[in-house]
Design a binder for this molecule. Structure first.
Ligand code: PHE
Length: 356
């Protein structure tokens, strides 16, 4: 029994891993293990012999079992220590930089414009960027031969050979949304429509894609005076200072009378400041919606009238945030975007301030 004891206790102490330990357990105290076999022999002993051998065997079995359990714990501890030694983590290291994008100035300004007009009761309407020539031109009182079609440098889509239908166009302005909105909700109506428009033109102040916001207000007695008030309210809220406007008689096929609107500004040291000085800067086209346009939108011109306007969003952004070159808006230059972009949590609202 002493031989068994020494054999197993030493072997257990020397076991390299759990598998070796399990092997030893089976050899010693498993069903056919050496200690178990010895215990079976108890039956053949005399009662006197058994009285001595029984407890001694039991003690040996217990001793081996506790040695096995202790070694198992020791092996697990050692394994954990080894892991901790290799998988250490320095929680005092600074966190890795998270790249955060910025809100594009066009998006920001669109939000600002929307917030201001929403406050005056204008809902946001939308229309497709690929338009039929009916919505983009005819319905707006621009017939096929009209010079405005040529002036607008329109992008036309391609039709298959032999297909005689008029090609679709990339909308040249947001005015087609006037017609779509009239059809959808009828009058009275008060909407703005911000969105992308397209013209084949490219230089420091023109890009083939740019942004407008259309405005449309129809009611029974809406007049040019309401237009002027709404625009002055808008510009003053947008630029955060009182801005005078100047209406210049103009011509658009879809408004009568028509006016181009300038805002007051000063040019000093090559930079433009809105709301001061006595220079003027053209920022939009507007007028009273032409009766033919109302009719095209399914509205009776004897019952309803109102105004429409179209403002260049990119121009507004350049003026407000001092951005000199329009083309840079669409270059996707990360340095430019980081410089002129806005933090994503700084969403403009009238109560929180339009720009912080
Ligand atoms: N659609 C015109 C343009 O793009 C602007 C405009 C809109 C003028 C509404 C009058 C009324 O130049």
């Amino acid at each position: 029994m002493d031989d068994l004891r020494i054999k197993y206790i030493d072997a257990i102490a020397a076991a390299a891993d759990e598998a070796a330990l399990e092997e030893l357990r089976l050899q010693a105290v498993g069903k056919k293990g050496e200690v178990s076999l010895k215990m079976r022999e108890l039956g053949k002993m005399t009662p006197e012999e058994r009285q001595v051998a029984g407890p001694a065997l039991n003690a040996l079995k217990n001793e081996i079992n506790s040695a096995l359990a202790a070694k198992k714990v020791a092996l697990a501890d050692a394994a954990l220590d080894a892991r901790l030694a290799t998988e250490w983590l320095d929680v005092t290291l600074p966190a890795r930089n998270r790249r955060v994008g910025t809100i594009h100035p066009i998006s920001q300004v669109t939000e600002e414009v929307t917030a201001i007009f929403a406050d005056m009761g204008f809902a946001v309407a939308e229309g497709p960027q690929i338009e039929t020539d009916w919505y983009n031109f005819d319905a707006l009182n621009i017939p096929g031969h009209h010079p405005a079609r040529a002036e607008m440098d329109t992008f036309y889509t391609h039709r298959a050979e032999g297909d005689e239908r008029a090609p679709h166009v990339l909308r040249t302005h947001t005015s087609p949304v006037q017609i779509r909105s009239m059809e959808k909700t009828g009058a009275p109506i008060r909407i703005i429509c911000p969105g992308r428009v397209y013209r084949a033109d490219y230089d420091q102040t023109h890009t083939p894609m740019f942004h407008q916001v259309e405005g449309l207000a129809l009611g029974r007695d809406i007049s040019m005076a309401n237009l002027k008030w709404v625009l002055e309210e808008f510009f003053s809220a947008f630029f955060g200072t009182e801005v005078k406007t100047r209406f210049r008689a103009s011509h658009f096929p879809f408004t009568e009378p028509s006016a181009e609107v300038d805002i007051q500004c000063s040019w000093e040291g090559g930079t433009v400041k809105v709301g001061e000085g006595d220079d003027w800067l053209e920022v939009l086209g507007s007028g009273m919606v032409h009766p033919k346009v109302l009719e095209a939108g399914g509205i009776d011109p004897n019952e309803y009238q109102g105004f429409a306007f179209g403002i260049g969003i990119d121009r507004l952004a350049m003026l407000k945030y001092g951005i000199p070159d329009l083309r840079a808006f669409f270059d996707s230059d990360l340095r430019w975007l980081r410089h002129y972009g806005f933090a994503s949590l700084d969403q403009p609202t009238l109560h929180g301030g339009l720009n912080r």
